[in-house]
Design a protein around this ligand. Structure first.
Ligand SMILES: [Zn+2]
Ligand SMILES: [Zn+2]
Length: 279
């Protein structure tokens, strides 16, 4: 298993690579711009080129980008949907220039009756983004807060099926979100059932990436709070089972634990010893 963190690009894109190396990462995830706004500045070609070659030199792979927070690909508001689709396409283009392997996106939110329409809108957006030959786009399973879509595996499967089962369309399995959504993945049976669902509705070949996060909130809370590995409700035993599962053990894994240099080092040491069966 190759491990990494979500790393900040403060000070320039390449700074995220230095941060990743300093933490002993093999891979990393980053935002290509401020994730909390709509605005962005175009990539500087020189900076992008330096990033591209340095990432290879430093053997940081796969490179993962997370979509910014504001786009909602399931929105029934026409203007917001168009803006969201545009953001997705822009992000695909930016990933292409930077040599990024995976672009992770949330499914989005859609209320009440419009859930079904929401699913179709997401699938449509994905098809348009996949028309640009870019990175693999990975749908991240959600915690199911409010009217969030994609917390049930069956919904993720529907989206992928409607979008036409492109080889460049897959899943990112966030452990905290699955647990918060009500899947008891901290037990051997619960994890097996979850993976059976993935196999049935989506296909195990679609699993490309793990987001390794413990949960601060209990099973089925539908409240998304990430916590340090082994210190939350999934716990050390839970992670042991997840990281040693034959279907998951060779996937790259990104931690999105609360930022703290001391804890980052502890989390990295912990996942490495769990993977090497030291604990
Ligand atoms: Zn996410
Ligand atoms: Zn995540």
């Amino acid at each position: 298993m190759r491990f990494g963190f979500h790393c900040s690009i403060a000070g320039g894109l390449s700074k995220s690579l230095d941060r990743a190396k300093a933490l002993g990462c093999d891979t990393l995830q980053f935002f290509t711009r401020n994730p909390r706004g709509w605005g962005y500045t175009p990539l500087d070609p020189r900076e992008a080129e330096v990033f591209y070659f340095r990432a290879r030199e430093m053997d940081l792979r796969p490179l993962v980008v997370h979509m910014p927070y504001l786009p909602n690909l399931a929105s029934n508001d026409k203007l917001l949907y168009q803006r969201s689709l545009e953001s997705l396409k822009v992000e695909v283009e930016r990933c292409k220039v930077l040599g990024v392997d995976y672009l992770v996106t949330h499914v989005g939110t859609s209320k009440g009756k419009s859930r079904k329409d929401g699913i179709e809108r997401v699938a449509q957006a994905l098809m348009e983004a996949l028309d640009i030959s870019g990175p693999c786009i990975l749908l991240e399973n959600a915690a199911g807060q409010g009217s969030e879509l994609g917390f049930q595996v069956v919904e993720l499967g529907k989206i992928i099926r409607i979008a036409g089962r492109d080889l460049r369309l897959g899943l990112c399995f966030d452990t905290a979100h699955a647990f918060q959504a009500g899947y008891p993945i901290h037990t051997a049976e619960g994890l097996e059932e979850f993976l059976d669902e993935v196999s049935y509705w989506v296909g195990l070949e679609c699993l490309h990436l793990l987001h390794l996060n413990d949960s601060r909130t209990p099973l089925g809370s539908r409240v998304d709070r990430h916590w340090h590995i082994g210190e939350g409700c999934i716990g050390l035993r839970g992670f042991k089972g997840i990281m040693r599962h034959p279907v998951l053990k060779d996937l790259p894994a990104i931690m999105e634990t609360p930022w703290s240099l001391r804890w980052d080092k502890r989390n990295m040491a912990r996942v490495r010893s769990l993977a090497s069966k030291e604990i």
